[in-house]
Write a protein that binds this ligand. Structure first.
Ligand code: AMP
Ligand code: MG
Length: 411
């Protein structure tokens, strides 16, 4: 008798996760300079036009274009306007010496760059060897941003460029969602920490470092409960600690269905759990559920990742990252994929959706890491990203494949 449940597709599992996500609703106001990496809680409008006034894009001479219409004009310099200073209205038949960023004086309608002019310092006259069009080299008031327009939408993850844009319209502080509190622990009797000698049968706990790094990059506040032995009681105790004061618990290992895998019964005793088999490689087992908080009506979310280092890395990128975006109050967008040429053959595809570690070569094609096994962490360092290969799809050199760069998945 076949009692196996059908496997979920990657999209089905993701839809389920995002459907269950509850965003944090507490917000705080931070100084703009401290808001990098946070998620914006309220739409931000500009109270000003940017630029606030017409100004020059070049060092040169502000002119009336009709004074220069003949091709070559010799005109007196009637004033000098550096950036940050306000000039006088331009007298007809004269030019104003002007420097990048300075306001265009009233009456002028173009700037001629200094390379197209010759100055005679003795007579304070300039020969303008160019007939500018009206508006030439002028940055118009409001051409970048109009007063009253939305410059940043609620749910935007604030990168350096968003922070810069907010500052450019004078916003000194920004309302953001509070940071997500995430507890992590790692199951496995074999786990040893770097710095300790490796006993026979042990391995270093690399997932602890990878997952903490990923959570940190996503702006989470991380509590690390460390290595947890393979026992029901130890796993349950770790879960109880993790649930208190955290929004989300992320673990690695122990989610297969062997008798050394205690995550399932422990989560079930403390809350509820879905054990998923996802039709993906690397990956496959993923646990999602909720853990009760002692003495409180609410729960912490729980995600149990597989122990194999590449599996836990890839399932984090594909599932935990968007789930965290949703909990943080951010807009969740699928990672961009780029059609690229495979410069390799993949003649024995799996029945599951594969995520192959590949690298961009010098010929704008993709090269495959030779060992695609889910324990080979080297592939994640060697690679530039993943090929999302549909179930059962063979690849021949020259085929177009779906490439997701790691850079799309690491913020
Ligand atoms: P598990 O999911 O617990 O069955 O573990 C699957 C494989 O991943 C085993 O070879 C484990 O030794 C390995 N593994 C589990 N946890 C970690 C970890 N934190 N760091 C590195 N490898 C791990
Ligand atoms: Mg284990």
């Amino acid at each position: 008798m076949n009692t196996k449940k059908p496997m979920l597709s990657v999209q089905e599992a993701l839809d389920f996760l995002l459907g269950a996500a509850r965003a944090v609703n507490e917000t705080e106001t931070l100084s703009t300079v401290d808001a990098t990496g946070r998620v914006l809680a309220v739409d931000q409008l500009s109270q000003l036009d940017v630029p606030p006034m017409d100004n020059t894009q070049m060092d040169g001479y502000a002119v009336r274009s009709i004074d220069c219409a003949s091709g070559t004009a010799v005109l007196p310099v009637s004033q000098r306007i550096p950036a940050g200073h306000v000039g006088q209205p331009l007298q007809p038949g004269t030019v104003a010496r002007i420097f990048t960023g300075a306001l265009i004086p009233e009456g002028a309608d173009a700037v001629v760059m200094q390379e197209q002019c010759t100055v005679d310092h003795a007579t304070a006259r300039v020969t303008v060897n160019h007939s500018p069009k009206s508006g030439e080299w002028i940055r118009r008031r409001g051409e970048d941003i109009r007063s009253g327009s939305t410059i940043l939408a609620r749910g935007t993850r604030l990168r350096a460029q968003e922070i810069g844009l907010a500052a450019s319209v004078g916003l000194a502080s920004l309302p953001v969602f509070r940071r997500l509190k995430v507890a992590v622990f790692f199951t496995g009797d074999e786990l040893t920490m770097p710095g300790e000698p490796l006993k026979p049968g042990s391995i270093y706990n690399s997932n602890r470092f990878t997952l903490r790094g990923l959570l940190q990059q996503l702006g989470c506040e991380v509590t690390d409960l460390g290595n947890v032995p393979d026992s029901f009681d130890a796993t349950r105790d770790a879960l109880r600690k993790a649930a208190s004061g955290h929004d989300l618990i992320v673990t690695s290992g122990g989610v297969s269905v062997g008798e050394e895998d205690h995550v399932k019964p422990a989560v079930e005793s403390e809350g509820k759990l879905n054990m998923w088999q996802i039709a993906m490689k690397p990956g496959k087992p993923l646990a999602f559920g909720e853990v009760r908080r002692a003495g409180q009506p609410d729960t912490a979310f729980f995600i149990g990742l597989p122990g194999n280092p590449v599996s836990s890395f890839v399932t984090f990128l594909l599932f935990v990252r968007p789930f965290i975006h949703a909990l943080q109050g951010g807009n969740v967008a699928p990672p961009r994929r780029y059609p690229m040429r495979a410069d390799f053959d993949w003649s024995r595809p799996d029945r599951r959706n594969e995520f192959l570690r590949v690298r961009i070569n010098d010929h704008q094609g993709l090269e495959l890491f030779p060992n695609q096994s889910s324990g080979v962490l080297t592939s994640t360092v060697w690679g530039d990203g993943l090929v999302d290969n549909p179930p059962g799809q063979a690849i021949q050199a020259g085929d177009a494949v779906n490439f997701i760069p790691f850079s799309e998945l690491l913020y």
